[in-house]
Design a protein around this ligand. Sequence first.
Ligand code: AMP
Length: 420
Amino acid sequence: MKLIDNFNFKGHKAIVRVDFNVPLDKKTREVTDDTRIRGAIKTIKKIVSDGGSAILMSHLGRPEGIQDKYSLKPVLPVLEKLLGMKVAFAPDALGDEAVAMAAALKPGEVMMLENVRFYPEEEGKPILPETASEEEKKAAKAALKVKQKEMAKKLSTYADIYVNDAFGTAHRAHATTAVMADYFPEDKRMFGFLINSELAAMDKVLKSSQKPFTAVMGGAKVSDKILIIDNLLDRVDNLIIGGGMTYTFIKARGGRIGNSLCEEDKLEVARAVMEKAKAKGVNLIFPVDSVNADKFDAEANTYVSAIDDVKDGWMGLDIGPKSIALFEKVIMDSKTILWNGPMGVFEMEKFAAGTTAIAEAVARATEKGAFSLIGGGDSVAAINKNNLADKVSYVSTGGGAMLEYMEGKKLPGITAIRGE
Ligand code: AMP
């Protein structure tokens, strides 16, 4: 594996997997958030300023075959503006025109391929009628795997260097995210700057964290977060639990949770987490109070109770003021902080205080010298909503990919390049 930082692209053609899976306005089809496009600019600029050329490929949405509403065309003007140069567009990633355009691409030029998911072999998921039998599904999948390799092989002929900078899809074993790497020798494949910085931030937290290390886990469900919690228990000093999943833990330890969110089938799992924390000497910290609502509604009536004494008919939708003070203190005393998931239903103003307070505490701790990593769509949204993105150390761009890496799993897109 080569490092992009000290590779000279002069005279090289690079095929770059980027993540341009951006939200589009339903009516105008304009890009409504260009964060992901901006994330790839540094890598593209490095290639062209070295005197190389770049062929960009991405997916957008989940098309079933060719569907115009998933075309990458709306990305083009935004990309051209950010790069300050023209970008050629190949309307079919595997078509003759794309092949010819790639062959004719000159040093300093950039072109982009149409949505690679217009080909089902990109993902390797066959499009089949509901009525298909298990046998048919298996056969179709096997046939598509063969086509997936063919697709990867064909795309690899467009360029002599493969760069993966699509962190958001690094946990997928798709043709352009992982399979393609096999068609390039080890010294001709590398990560782009975005993946490099994502990996550096996550490894700093997982492998060389300064102590005390505090993880703040929130969000709706224990079941979504249990694997990451389990992996973190081997590493952290403090594990703060907030959000909807709190109440499954509180019920598991015998508390009254009224109508709060609860995964009845995860009570045992919650007990196992509490036991593991004890055995590992991890300080497992739950909210001590709860902001309760009489219905799941922005205009609901509310009252604050002890966390384990929510009245029947009421549901806990945010952490209370005592919990905020408790969590703030732990966060402020930490040197490494990982935050994933909101403390309450922060989409509703009445239940946003806990999440906002934690976002601010993480920013203050960072100012004091802590390293903070924020990951997962909703905690990132909370950081952005409070304009704190540049006051924390790193905001991850890949929700699912980040979670899986933090769970200790190997990501196909990462392994394909660095080989472990
Ligand atoms: P996740 O995607 O698992 O991080 O969960 C985020 C979602 O959890 C957000 O949409 C929140 O509104 C929701 N959430 C947070 N706290 C609660 C709660 N106490 N009750 C119900 N939903 C919650």
